[in-house]
Design a protein around this ligand. Structure first.
Ligand code: ZN
Length: 186
């Protein structure tokens, strides 16, 4: 089932997702729905908060952008970035919860992330480049953080009007969204 995506300024996007204690039917179904949703929205990352569920689960799917079929979508349950290193790099980010908004964000180049996979087995992954970028963005969602929170000064002022437009539902999306508790079809 394709789930509508909550947009700024939904309270669920400011909340801390709860750690998943074990796999159960609800979690399995949620992950399946999140896969359908990320495909439909043509996203590269999706956190459970964005579909209104406060479970610490996110997906990363770079198979389209990196044009590499071997790159399987990644399911991260209870992800924690345990280490980051390298230079801080600037890269433009967007977000399914912030339609029509893209801004440069500075983040560490490399990370190590600990999580449980779809079999609920412990994993640790070292990542760089776009993969590290998307994981950091998604883990932030699970902690109630938007990428726009990192903007300062002039940039922050610029995005403010765009955020207000999103809040009022004055943006177009090609996927269903929830604005002020109301489902807006694609
Ligand atoms: Zn996002």
């Amino acid at each position: 089932m394709i789930l509508p995506i909550y947009t700024y300024d939904a309270p669920v996007l400011r909340e801390q997702a709860e750690s998943v204690p074990s796999m159960n039917d609800e979690i399995v179904a949620l992950i399946a729905d999140m896969f359908e949703t990320i495909k439909a929205a043509r996203g590269i990352g999706l956190a459970a908060n964005q579909v209104g569920k406060l479970h610490a689960i996110c997906l990363v799917d770079l198979s389209e952008v990196e044009d590499d079929d071997r790159r399987q979508p990644l399911i991260l349950i209870n992800p924690v970035v345990v280490e980051s290193w390298g230079e801080e790099v600037v890269l433009e980010e967007g977000c399914l919860s912030l339609p029509e908004l893209r801004e440069d964000v500075r983040r560490p180049e490399f990370i190590a992330v600990r999580f449980k996979d779809a079999r609920f087995e412990d994993k640790e992954l070292e990542a760089g480049g776009l993969l590290a970028r998307v994981i950091q963005h998604e883990v932030d969602h699970l902690n109630g953080i938007y990428f726009t929170d990192y903007l300062t000064g002039f940039k922050k002022t610029i995005v403010k009007s765009q955020l207000n437009k999103i809040k009022k539902g004055e943006v177009e999306t090609e996927y269903p969204v929830i604005v002020n508790g109301e489902i807006i079809p694609a």
